[in-house]
Design a binder for this molecule. Structure first.
Ligand SMILES: Cc1cc2nc3c(=O)[nH]c(=O)nc-3n(C[C@H](O)[C@H](O)[C@H](O)COP(=O)(O)OP(=O)(O)OC[C@H]3O[C@@H](n4cnc5c(N)ncnc54)[C@H](O)[C@@H]3O)c2cc1C
Length: 433
């Protein structure tokens, strides 16, 4: 099967959907997901999206982001992130995203670790699901967009250092998509770890593809461990206990009931302190306690955490819960400039699979969805400018299913090896270790 379009977007998370909504109305777009549309990290995000509150807050937001990132962040990207944050939040608001608001109709800003003020907008503790569903419904209504589920990118098509589309396994049928521009919005790397908060389908296929085509990427060792996932024995996807619980006063204790850390320090610091305490007390977890807040308030403010914990036998309104750090986020990725352009002509990368450098070595809470919004909009505006003069370079070759499946398997294996090689001193384990 062969298809052609102006813009091919690989991914259906927030970065992909927002990119789609910012491309000009007359652009023919194909957007694909590896599983169903919902099989991505965007639908899992809980805490919210950070934003500078106003022009006065920009410097402080930049400083908080740099402190969390250990000052190896790209300062130009961080400045763009902070300066364009509020405009993008207001844009989502005008698109009808139902953010939690106060009685006078202003955003109900909450706080998370290492932010010096309350500056996170949210939709209860289901921000990702609510924002993604809303954006997806807007994308679905567009006549110029075709959405393909269970459509895995196996390889890019590259001619003369220019991306001209991709080879896909689409529901076990070979598919070649030929495009003027290609946008990688392929998310994180959680599927490569024994325990992760991520959707396990996300196996960083883009690293293997980038290696093959000599596309620049960087910082494979910048991997974020989230301090608090619900402790469960065994391998697989873990329930995230959002940082916003600590933002709203939740306390950490070791199994002896001793407090050991300021809960609002950056994620890497808190995660390290928890690992140390677990070792000291010979326990696979520590406790997180928020049951002292009003039961009604907790159920209303944290419905997702409340119900997910209850399902596993813990009631956050009545008792402390066991938590442990696990893999959460990837700060490295495909190297991009301020308009999300990669080192290959007509290829862009946005969201978690890209490396804009905004997060440095450690992402500040709720800066990921913001990065996805700010830089996918910049990518779309850059493509809009070029679209009228861009020409499709026709390509009709197809790969057979056997070859596509072999490449898919190889992509996961090569990416895994590459991460293992460059991140040998992590406190968490890769699959098959
Ligand atoms: C539990 C959890 C809670 C979080 N909470 C927050 C929060 O409160 N605030 C915040 O800012 N961030 C949060 N994050 C991080 C944030 O959700 C993600 O970084 C962000 O959603 C990434 O968006 P994305 O569009 O880059 O990728 P994703 O939403 O992960 O989408 C990736 C897409 O790529 C597709 N894909 C991958 N490989 C292929 C392939 N080979 N072929 C075809 N398609 C492919 C997938 O199908 C998917 O559609 C959280 C993450 C998790 C896991």
């Amino acid at each position: 099967m062969n298809k052609q379009c102006d813009v091919l977007i690989v991914g259906t998370g927030v970065s992909a959907l927002y990119s789609c909504l910012n491309l000009s109305e007359n652009t023919k777009i194909i957007i694909v997901s590896k599983g169903t549309v919902k099989d991505c990290n965007s639908y899992l995000a809980q805490g919210g999206i950070s934003t500078a509150l106003n022009a006065m807050d920009i410097a402080s937001f930049i400083e908080d982001t740099l402190i969390a990132g250990q000052r190896v962040n790209d300062i130009n990207s961080v400045t763009v992130l902070a300066e364009e944050s509020k405009d993008n939040i207001l844009n989502l608001d005008s698109l009808g995203v139902p953010f939690d608001k106060t009685s006078d109709n202003t955003f109900e800003y909450t706080r998370e670790g290492a932010h010096s003020v309350n500056r996170i907008v949210h939709c209860k503790d289901k921000t990702g699901e609510i924002v993604s569903t809303h954006l997806f419904n807007l994308v679905k209504a567009k006549p110029n967009v075709e959405i393909l589920e269970n459509c895995t990118l196996c390889d890019l098509i590259v001619e003369n250092r220019t991306a001209i589309g991709g080879y896909f396994n689409y529901n076990d049928t070979p598919l070649t998509i030929n495009s003027k521009f290609t946008v990688l919005a392929m998310g994180g790397i959680g599927g490569l770890f024994k325990s992760s908060t991520n959707n396990p389908l996300l196996t960083a296929d883009y690293i293997s593809i980038a290696l093959k085509h000599d596309i620049e990427f960087k910082n494979l060792d910048y991997i974020q461990i989230h301090p608090t996932s619900l402790y469960e024995e065994g391998v697989g996807k873990k329930v995230l206990i959002s940082e916003s619980l600590r933002g709203e006063g939740a306390k950490l204790y070791n199994i002896r009931g001793e407090s050991f850390i300021d809960e609002l320090l950056p994620r890497d610091v808190v995660a390290k302190a928890i690992f140390k305490e677990m070792k000291k007390t010979n326990s696979p977890y520590v406790y997180l306690d928020i049951h002292f807040l009003q039961e009604d308030y907790l159920k209303k403010r944290f419905p997702l955490v409340y119900s997910s914990c209850l399902e596993k036998g813990y009631d956050i309104t009545k008792e402390p819960i066991p938590v442990t750090p696990c893999h959460h986020y990837f700060m490295g990725g495909i190297t991009v400039d301020l308009d999300s352009r990669t080192s290959l002509k007509n290829l862009y990368a946005v969201g978690e699979c890209s490396c804009t450098g905004v997060h440095g070595k450690n992402r500040l809470a709720s800066n990921s969805l913001l990065e996805a919004l700010v830089f996918s909009r910049r990518e779309a505006l850059d493509i809009n400018e070029k679209l009228n003069t861009a020409k499709l370079i026709p390509h009709y070759k197809e790969l057979d299913l056997y070859t596509l499946n072999a490449i898919m398997k190889e992509n996961k294996e090569i990416s895994l090896e590459e991460f293992k090689k460059r991140s040998s001193d992590l406190d968490v384990e890769f699959i098959s270790d």
